[in-house]
Design a protein around this ligand. Sequence first.
Ligand code: TYM
Length: 341
Amino acid sequence: MTRVFSGIQPTGHLTLGNYLGAMRRWAEVDQHRADSLFCVVDLHALTMEHDPARVRRLSRQTATLLLAAGLDPEVCTVFLQSHVDEHTRLSYLLECVATDGEMRRMIQYKEKAAKERDRGGSVRLSLLTYPVLMAADILAYGTDEVPVGEDQAQHVELTRDLAVRFNQRYGQAFVVPRATIPRVAARVMNLQDPTRKMGKSDDSGAGVVYLLDEPDAVRKKVLRAVTDSGRDVVYDRAERPGLANLLDVLAACTGGNPESLADVYDSYGSLKKDTAEAVVEVLRPVQARHRELCADPAYVEGVLRDGAEKARALARPTVDRAYRAIGLLPPVAEPSLSAAR
Ligand code: TYM
């Protein structure tokens, strides 16, 4: 059976981009057709300046929202990264096959490091090595497919390179995974600046729809979305990014196609209105389920405990195999070694 793994960082409140680009597919498609694991990657949240209490709060909230979005612990595995030591164990081995140059070429590293320097802060070493930990997340589970938004494609490409390199040097240890990117809404853009990705750590929330935004807040944000100076409704991502973004969001929410939806509208106003309502409708059941789950934190904790146990059992043999392959002795001397002494 195909193995699917994907992850999400608890670095901010989850956004419509996270939902349309990743989570919704995990819930509607991946968990039902593959042996799937979905991970709240809390260690990744420590790569930038962080507040420990906020990371704890957001880790719980992220896990709760994954379940609210429809991940079913009866058919998939949901867990926290820091509960499974295999991720960091494997990450170190992969640091021994990755190169410094490779890490410095990562777009997200360049962007986030520049932002941190602009703020007058210092760049944590873990921000540079972050993609290696992400590769470990994926490779530890013999993953075939990694369903992600477009912004993570480069990291999955690096993961493939590391897997191939390790296998060539030290023998077949890893499955070489591939990214699966959604047909529409692979990159939902900020509503106030459609040249930037809608991100959960954006400083201003005006262009970001959060999954837990009240319906009126959603409407306001979508109706105020920055559009382009033209008047006709056409789908052109390069020339009319604001409009294209709204068409993408509407298409993703209604199951349509952005190009054909452009033909249906003759004004920005009606497009915005329908997009706002479509987003409100998509978020409604997620929010309702979230409210129910918040009333039962013990259930969510139980899901995470069981999930970590299942994940550990899956990752352990793969990571142990990689330890042997790269030249590390097993902790307990094998009889043949003791005999040779
Ligand atoms: P993160 O937490 O930034 O995002 C989680 C998922 O949401 C997608 N996404 C988007 N898709 C479309 N439009 C957007 N505006 C948008 N914003 C976010 C992301 O592509 C992602 O699929 N490094 C990863 C987390 C990670 C991971 C992994 C993912 C760690 N280990 C292993 C897959 C496999 C990240 O920062 O995602």
